[in-house]
Design a binder for this molecule. Sequence first.
Ligand SMILES: [Zn+2]
Length: 253
Amino acid sequence: MSNSVNAFQNQTWKEAREALSRGVVVILPVGSTEAHGPHLPLATDVIISEEMSLRAAQKLNGRGVETLALPAIAYSVTDFSADFPGTISIRRETAAALIHDVCASLYQQGARLIAIANSHLEPEHVASINKAIQTVKQETGRAVAFPDKRRRRWAEKLTEEFRRGDCHAGSYETSLVMAARPELVREDVRQSLDRVPISIAEKIKEGFGSFSQAGGTEAYFGDPRAASREEGEAMFEALSVMIVTAVLEALAL
Ligand SMILES: [Zn+2]
């Protein structure tokens, strides 16, 4: 993993006190523990969010905006993949409360800005993040930056497969894990997978309630075989720039 010196959890409490008193920006990686095809680990979304957070922190520090990446939230609302072993879904209220409590604690301690780096795109999960942000705003008057990569502004910087919506454990996510943690990709399995040209984003809109119902019987959509480390590097660049841009805009810099 890149730049663990920028990881909040690697500071001592005295270093954290100093950073917070200077008004450090913190990035909260949000992922899930969920089935990601037969070739990627359950932690796929956590790995992606952590890596994009660390890369964004490095970029921001390079621009003179002191930034640390927080420990990731690894449990989310993951109802679509709940029928696959290993997936751990939590209630929407629990998810919202967890994110809220982490943000409230950090604002109490002096954080300059909190930004959320999210990689799990299930609508109910995104709703839990927005609910948490809303509650933080009501209670503290403070905003949390949350660039939603499904929005056209950010999605147009990502791959065609991502925009089509067949983006669960397909080429897009597989490439990202190949770039961040290549040893965790089951390469022989990946090479054997046929493309599943189904837009899970569309299926969700049509009312399908699970991956298997929507045709993703192995818990992936898209084309894992087309993935590459190069694509992963390019996507981490786009994702970290997305976080950097959202932070700079929130700080009006
Ligand atoms: Zn994912």
